[in-house]
Design a protein around this ligand. Sequence first.
Ligand code: XBP
Ligand code: MG
Length: 253
Amino acid sequence: MSTAAGHPDPHWSSSAALRLPAAVLFDVDGTLAETERDGHRVAFNEAFAHHDVDLHWDVARYRELLVVTGGRQRVAYALRQEGVAADEADEVAARVHRTKTELFVDIVRRGDIAPRPGVPDLLDDLRAHGVRIGVATTGRRAWVEPLLDHLIGAGTAEVVVCGDDVAALKPDPGAYLLALSRLGLDATWTVAVEDSGPGLRAALAAGLATVVVTNDDTAHHDVTGAAIVRKAFDRPTPLLAACLAEALAAVRS
Ligand code: XBP
Ligand code: MG
């Protein structure tokens, strides 16, 4: 834990001994980076074309479909909406999703995806204060690991829980509970950082104080229960470790 004395952060309250989180668990898609509209969506559309599947997702349609977490589940859901029988939808979705994963890995390896503004500063600040960092995502490990290496540096996240590791995706709390267990922590002094309603519900169900930083795709989501809701990491003030300490204090007091 840091003390207030001499703290360089203008958000730090010198009058109150705010306790920093023991760890911060980050979502990936939409939180660490804007991966969905120009990343996953593009890869899904290329995969549909590759498999002659009669689907094409524009930005508005994809935004609606983001309430379904998991790419394979999202494709199966959309196929069922088109009247495809459940078994066939699952089989086609599995094939399309394998191709989509390969295509998205290519996008990641091209290095085109940048962290959201303010994310590197928050990570630096957490590291400077000795706060442990983890990741809990419903995405597939095949692209999550190369993306994290590129976005935040290999080894920055002490634990990385992916959709492959859990039986149920967000809003199920499984990914967060597994991340906590791998860190050897309970939820009390851990904060989650999310961008979406399903992600927030997963984190809350795991008992975590949760900061939501929305984006254009999730600005309309229900964020009831979040400790802090913001539109950006870097504006109007930087989201830093001390802000997360304030969020924790608000939830745990
Ligand atoms: C992200 C997802 C993922 C991605 C696509 O949700 O739901 O499905 O959209 O990745 P969250 P995959 O940010 O809440 O983890 O195709 O690998 O599923
Ligand atoms: Mg997300």
